[in-house]
Design a protein around this ligand. Structure first.
Ligand SMILES: [Zn+2]
Ligand SMILES: [Zn+2]
Length: 353
């Protein structure tokens, strides 16, 4: 009889459960990892809350892509530097490609046009990160520092998506960058923009979140109580922001971004909003002021490599962004907490009770 493991499964909207499944066997080119923590992503709890019905997700679904753990077995033909006992994080399913299409050949498998299908096990599809063991292609395994706590290792995928966006935004030394929103990904964006050489100001309406942004060393503005435009002009010597990162998906945030742009500024639309927010913009202004609007989504393997370093070297710090740790047996409560406004990540613990 094969060994069993716990897997968190979304059976329906607002209904998480723990299922028992066989621990997968490691085959050629594959790695089996023991998972210690999996953080609940915004996309996970929004699907649970029924906010993403337009995406057509079918249940039962096994969520979870922000996990980290330790290698327990490697299959034949796996590269030599991956060894049992090593602490690792994982590239998302979305970072896999066919290797053949034009986007894969250009180094962007996240844009593959022959996307491999989602995993399926025991009649359940999903990414299967909220489980005690995880079987994965060795090409999706990234080494993390031995002393990086597992719940912080769970930030590998979000940090990789931020690195991907930062490359698209082309932040350089000397750029004045304003990040709108100090949620999880706002604070990660602010830190990665700083690594890329930006002078960063964070705009956030919650005093508590302003405090966390300050403690990470950022200039902070609260547009609910201060004049955003004036503060940005003061910060940037009167010219406005060279780059704005929209880390919240809201019409209000979009409007704020348009008020603080320097000539030739670039705007990164990092976050989606449900329902879709508006971007009320006059094309003539875009023309005369030479603005750029840039979308970003997902991450490629090269972005995961950078993200693994930034986390391992603590150039990006995420310890203040874990609001709760909850055992997998209480996964329903964990999703309720994740969906509660004001909370940062909720981390599922796979083994301790
Ligand atoms: Zn995520
Ligand atoms: Zn492809």
């Amino acid at each position: 009889m094969s060994e069993k493991m716990k897997v968190a499964v979304m059976e329906d909207v607002r209904k998480m459960a723990v299922w028992e499944m066989d621990v997968p066997e490691v085959g050629p080119g594959m790695v089996l990892a023991k998972i210690y923590r999996c953080n609940i992503c915004t996309t996970d709890w929004q699907t649970w809350a029924g906010l993403r019905a337009s995406q057509g997700r079918k249940f039962p679904w096994a969520p979870g892509h922000e996990m980290s753990g330790e290698i327990v077995a490697v299959g034949e033909g796996v590269r030599q530097d991956l060894k049992p006992g090593m602490r690792v994080g994982f590239g998302s399913q979305g970072s896999r490609g066919c290797g053949q299409c034009i986007f894969c050949r250009k180094g962007h498998p996240s844009r593959c046009i022959n996307k491999p299908k989602e995993l399926e096990r025991s009649g359940v599809t999903g990414s299967f990160g909220m489980a005690q063991y995880f079987l994965v292609e060795a090409t999706r395994v990234y080494r993390l520092a031995d002393d990086l706590p597992f719940e912080q290792g769970g930030y590998l995928e979000p940090v990789a998506t931020v690195v991907h966006g930062m490359k698209r935004l082309r932040v350089q030394p000397g750029d004045d960058v304003v990040v709108i929103g100090a949620g999880n990904l706002g604070l990660v964006n602010a830190q990665v923009a700083r690594v890329y050489g930006g002078r960063v100001m964070v705009s956030e309406i919650s005093d508590e979140r302003c405090g966390i942004a300050k403690s990470l060393g950022f200039e902070v503005v609260n547009p609910a109580t201060e004049d955003l435009k004036k503060r940005v002009l003061d910060f940037t010597g009167g010219k406005g922001a060279d780059a704005v990162i929209l880390a919240v998906g809201s019409t209000k945030a979009n409007q704020q971004a348009l008020e603080i742009l320097a000539p030739m500024a670039r705007v990164l639309l990092f976050a989606a909003g449900y329902p879709a927010p508006e971007l009320p913009i006059d094309p003539n202004t875009v023309h005369y002021r030479e603005w750029e609007f840039i979308g970003t989504f997902s991450a490629d393997p090269a972005d995961f490599e950078v993200a693994a370093k930034l986390l391992s070297e603590r150039q990006v710090r995420v310890e203040k962004m874990i609001s709760y740790t909850v055992p997998i047996d209480d996964v329903q409560r964990a999703f309720e907490l994740a969906a509660t406004p004001g909370n940062y990540r909720v981390s599922l613990s796979m083994w301790d009770q």
